[in-house]
Every structure is written in C-alpha cells, then in structure tokens.
Ligand binder design. Structure first.
Ligand SMILES: [Ca+2]
Ligand SMILES: [Ca+2]
Ligand SMILES: [Ca+2]
Length: 634
C-alpha cells in the first residue's frame, strides 16, 4: 500500500483527457489500417461503432485460459455482434451506455501467431477490433519463482537510476518531472535498472522486486493533495491503464529486455501488482464496464475503515467485514469488485498477460487483506495452472503474527478458504528488528517473536526485512548507527525466511517517512556528485557497511543450511542472542559492552566475518568473546 497519510480535497475531471486522446489516436490508426487491409466498411454515420481500447490486446494459443475474455472500449457499441475470422467469438455482452463490449474469444490450440483482428458490427456499421496471437516465450530460465534460496532487493524504478534521459519528461505527460519535489517524477527508469544489474549481482542480490510499472496518470493528481498541492503518481500505484508500462519508465519491450538481461545475470524479477483498486483517474471511474465493476462510484462509495482484524475474526459478520473489503482507500482509490465475474476474469488475465509478455518470475501483490479470499484462491489457482513455478508474495501489513498466519497459504481457515498465497512479508519481525538494532532495545524480542513461528504452517515462507518503501528508513530511527545496521544485516542474512534489502539501505541512505524514504540512489543520475554504485564513491562508513552486507550474503549463498536449515535457539539474554542453523552458529551481542558467552559445542570453526575469537572453555563448551554491538557467524 502507499500509506495512510493521504488527504484528497479537490477533484478535477480532466486529469485523463490526454491519456484517452493518445490511446484513441493510436487505436484509430490501427483500426483504419486493419479496416483497409480487411476491406471492412466503416459506417460514415454518427452512430457507427468506434473502438478505443482492447484488453488484452493479444493472447497465446495453448493457454490454460481459453476462451480469453476480451474487453473492448469504444462508442456506439449497443447491439454489437462480433465476427472473429480464424478465432471463435461468443458470449457478447455490451454495457447499457454502449461503451464497453465483452466477448469470449476462443483460440485454436495450434493457432498461428500474428494479427487476428475481430470485426465488431452494429446496426450503425462496423469497426475492427485489433487483436493478435503472440508467440509463447520459452519456459526455460523464465517464470522461475523465488524464495529462501534468494536475496531480494526492492527498488522504486523512478528513484533508482536514470538510464534514459529521453523519457524523463515525456510529451504525453509533460510537466510531472521535478527532482526537487518528493512527490514528482525524478527520471529513474527500467533502462537504469538494467544498467545496474552488475552492481546488484556484485552485492549478492538474486531477485529484484520493483514497485508497479503500470501506466499512471499523465497529469497532476489533484484528488490526493498534500498541503493543498497536487502530486504525481510516480510510485506507480495509481494505474490508469493495466495493459501498459508508464512512459516515464519505458515500455513492454524495455521491461522484457530487463527481465532477459536480469536472467542472464542470474537475477530474477518480481513485479508489484495491484488488484484491489485503480488510480483515481482510471477511465473506468467515469464510465465503468459493468454496473458492479467498483464498490460504488466516485460520488457514492464506502470509505475504507482499515479494520483488517475483522477479516480474521471468526465472530465477525459479513456486514462488519464489508467496510474493509469494499471501502475505497483514503476515500479516493476506486475499489474493484472482484465478486463481479467480469472483474475477476479481467484481473486474472491481466496478471497472466504481464507474466507471459515478459518472462518475469514472481509477483508482489499489494493490499492482500482488502480483497475477498475466495478471489485470491481462484487467482492463485489460475497462476499456478499457467506458470506452476511462479511465486507470489502478498502484502499483509500487520505486526501481529496471528494475522499473518491467518492469511498464510496452504491451509483452510475458519472461512473454509485457502488463499494459496506462496509467501508473506514478516512485518511481525520487522518491528523488533528496528527496536533492537536501530534503537538499541532488547534483542531478546527477536527470539520471542520467532517463538511465535508455531503459528505458521511454514515460517520459511516469510520475507524478512529491516525497511521498505512504506516505512521510514532504518537510519531515521532515534539511536540508529552504522554498527546497528550491520547487525541487522547479519541477522537478516542468517535467519529463516528470505531476506529483502530496500534499495539504498546497503549504503545507509537517509530518509524519514514517505516520500523522504524514496530518495534517489546517489550516482543513478548523470551529473550526480558521487556514485554509491562504486566503491570509490562511497564514504568509509558506507563502504564498511556495503562490504559487510556483501560478506554476509556471500556466507549465506555458500551455506545451504542458512537458506533452508532448521533454527535452534542456544542462548538468549536481554542483549545476546545465539542461534544455530544446521551446523552454523550465529552469535550477536546487541549490548554496549563486550561480552563472553559459553556456547554448548565441542568446537567452532573460524568466524566467517573475522570478528570473534572462540576458545575451548573449562566447562566443556566453547567460550566466545563478542565485541560490543557485533555479530559473528561460526
Ligand atoms: Ca529517464
Ligand atoms: Ca502515464
Ligand atoms: Ca477491496
């Protein structure tokens, strides 16, 4: 989610004008070309049908989804019938205003790839619906999934690196770029991520999670304002077109190129998706494809009450859960109704389309609790039917492990539903990580939180982190120090689950709350005073931290037991925590004074980090002296 600090006061209805015009122009050209090629006559009368958008614009033969439900946006579509050439069309439904037509398009299993336009006819004339059959990407090395074998890296594409200055201020969305403003576009893009793949590989990253790259509003967002000033949707969470990449970031070809290059570097790509809501300027808000497309309308809808606990509460009534499932975030973001079968099919197909077009490996799904669990079950099933290895991490932003456990996939809850999600974020562990390693609070809280792992079906399916784009940076915590950050990395690299690094934390990038926690990565823009991507551009403290993280990740990569081994707690005091994973023993002293502990072992190998010395103790164990605020990996 984007946070709960939004404050929308003004509405303007013209924010999407330019989007629609650009789409119509492109589609009209396509229609004219298709029409000419097919000899289709387009009625000259005012009532002739027109087509402005086709979703999806293409599909694959031999897909688990067949027929594919195609949504055609246009005008004068009332009474439409479709002729589909070498494809078969059925079940046409047109909305009351004649602005949307749904049609089932059945694709022969061995359909040849290439253009396969449909012809839409009404009493007023005919129009061509551009559609094509796309070659399938070879599965080898694609759609791989991710998990404990990996180290993830979250980056916000607009803020990481600017690889293509030509798209900084695109003609279609002029004026949204301002590097001095936290809520404007800064110019980062997919080409920049591609250029930094060697950097990420050198750090030890094996999976990149990127915030959404959907096309977002081309004009200022006046519905969500801060200090009475409009903002931009640079973060990507306000989709206006689910079938396009935002022009600031690149296009589908750029995205596929990034995925291919990442795979060549041994790095997987996880893309952020949002199925709960659209951006406030999505064209559907003013003209929805069905009467029940959203939960209400812009003028009349429930506000979200954020009471996610009611979803897990076995005593709650459907009415009680409704405001959380159906309410519009911050009273502004249009809440999609996944109980409308047309919406459900649209979202499933849209998800599979991104995967099939790019070869990506996984999905991070936003705002998981706010969507009916029955939908997630069906959505996950559709993903697994088409891409069995692909994995999904859901965002359940909650520090209570019982809430995370409720949404965990692989088992039914009291509602009879298994939502089938593969992974969830470990928000419950995030808070003690911050409290111990940033603020100097008791490290015992980490072990105590892990003691709740009995609530989970499989705690290995949690993604652990010390920061991400929705919380202030580690460095902004009172008491935060470089040594504390190093300890947190030592823990993340050796604890159960899949570690996630938030871009810039490897050099202790500063930043408070959103959007200050989304500063540019230094060196990502030509003309930057220095480059955090190069050792020579880092301060001594930054380099020390960076090297430490690299070393910890290398140890993790070299020891299977740190990725999949069982955990044993050997010794826990207020500020000392010793645990074993397989044959590896990790000893962390979060206190402000050196300490010596005796570990119940006959011998210990050398500390992989070169910090602690171990000697045989008189009582049979091994005595380990740990310097203040240090951690060791034996
Ligand atoms: Ca750029
Ligand atoms: Ca845009
Ligand atoms: Ca919802």
């Amino acid at each position: 989610m984007r946070g709960s600090r939004w404050d929308g006061r003004r509405e303007t209805g013209d924010g999407r004008r330019e989007v629609l015009h650009s789409v119509i122009n492109v589609q009209m050209i396509g229609r004219i070309l298709f029409g000419a090629a097919l000899g289709v006559s387009v009625a000259a009368g005012a009532q002739g049908p027109t087509v402005s958008k086709v979703e999806p614009p293409n599909w694959w033969g031999n897909s688990s989804v067949n027929p594919v439900r195609v949504l055609v946006r246009g005008a004068n579509l009332a009474g439409a019938t479709l002729e589909c050439g070498r494809l078969a069309c059925s079940n046409v439904v047109v909305n009351a205003r004649g602005t949307y037509a749904f049609v089932d398009v059945t694709i022969p299993r061995d359909a040849a790839t290439g253009a396969a336009p449909l012809t839409l006819r009404t009493a007023g004339g005919a129009a061509t619906v551009p559609f094509s059959i796309t070659p399938r990407l070879a599965g080898h090395g694609r759609f791989q999934g991710f998990g404990t074998e990996d180290v993830m890296y979250l980056l916000m594409p607009d803020r990481f690196a600017n690889g293509d200055p030509a798209n900084d201020d695109p003609a279609v969305s002029r004026g949204l770029l301002d590097r001095s403003k936290g809520r404007y576009y800064h110019g980062g893009d997919l080409a920049g991520v591609r250029q930094r793949l060697p950097y990420l590989k050198s750090l030890g990253i094996t999976t990149i999670w990127m915030n959404p790259i959907y096309d977002n509003n081309n004009e200022l967002n006046h519905k969500e304002t801060y200090d009475n000033l409009p903002v931009t949707d640079y973060h990507g969470y306000g989709a206006t077109d689910f079938y396009a990449v935002d022009e600031h970031l690149g296009d589908m070809a750029t995205f596929k190129q990034l995925v291919d290059d990442a795979h060549a570097h041994g790095i997987k790509i996880v893309l952020d998706m949002v199925a709960n809501h659209t951006g406030p300027y999505h064209p559907w808000v003013e003209d929805a494809p069905t009467a029940t497309w959203f939960h209400g309308t812009a003028a009349s809808h429930p506000n979200n009450t954020w009471q996610t606990w009611t979803l897990a509460d076995p005593y709650s009534t459907p009415a009680m859960r409704q405001a959380t499932l159906d309410g519009w975030f911050i009273n502004i973001l249009p809440d999609l109704n996944q109980d409308d079968p047309e919406v459900a099919r649209y979202i499933v197909q849209n998800t599979l389309w991104w995967v099939g077009m790019s070869g990506m490996d996984g999905i991070r799904q936003d705002t998981w609790p706010y969507v009916p669990r029955t939908f997630w079950r069906d959505w996950m099933t559709a993903i697994k039917d088409e891409y069995p290895s692909l994995r999904v991490v859901g965002e359940v932003f909650d520090g209570d492990p019982s809430m995370i456990a409720f949404f965990e996939g692989g088992r039914r809850q009291w509602d009879g539903v298994d939502d089938r999600v593969d992974l969830l974020f470990d928000f419950p562990l995030f808070y003690p990580i911050r409290n111990a390693f940033a603020k100097g609070g008791p490290i015992r809280e980490l072990a105590q939180m892990l003691s709740r792992d009995h609530l989970y079906r499989d705690p290995n399916n949690l993604i652990t982190f010390l920061g991400l784009h929705d919380v202030s940076r580690f460095t902004s915590e009172p008491g935060a120090t470089p040594e504390g950050l190093k300890l947190a990395f030592t823990f993340l690299g050796t604890a159960r689950g899949t570690p996630l690094i938030y871009y810039g934390d490897e050099i202790a990038l500063p930043g408070g709350n959103d959007p200050d926690n989304r500063r540019e990565f230094p060196g990502g823009w030509s003309g930057d005073a220095r480059s955090g991507f190069e050792a020579s551009g880092r301060s001594a403290d930054e380099q020390d931290l960076w090297s430490h993280l690299q070393k910890v990740l290398a140890v993790r990569a070299g020891r299977q037991e740190l990725r999949t081994g069982t955990t044993e707690h050997l010794l826990v005091t207020d500020q000392v925590y010793v645990y074993r994973r397989g044959h590896t023993i990790v000893a962390i002293n979060n206190g402000s004074a050196e300490t010596t502990v005796t570990i119940p072992a006959t011998a210990l190998p050398a500390d992989a980090l070169g910090i602690c010395a171990a000697r045989r103790a008189a009582d049979g164990g091994v005595a380990v002296t740990i310097p203040r605020r240090s951690g060791c990996i034996f």
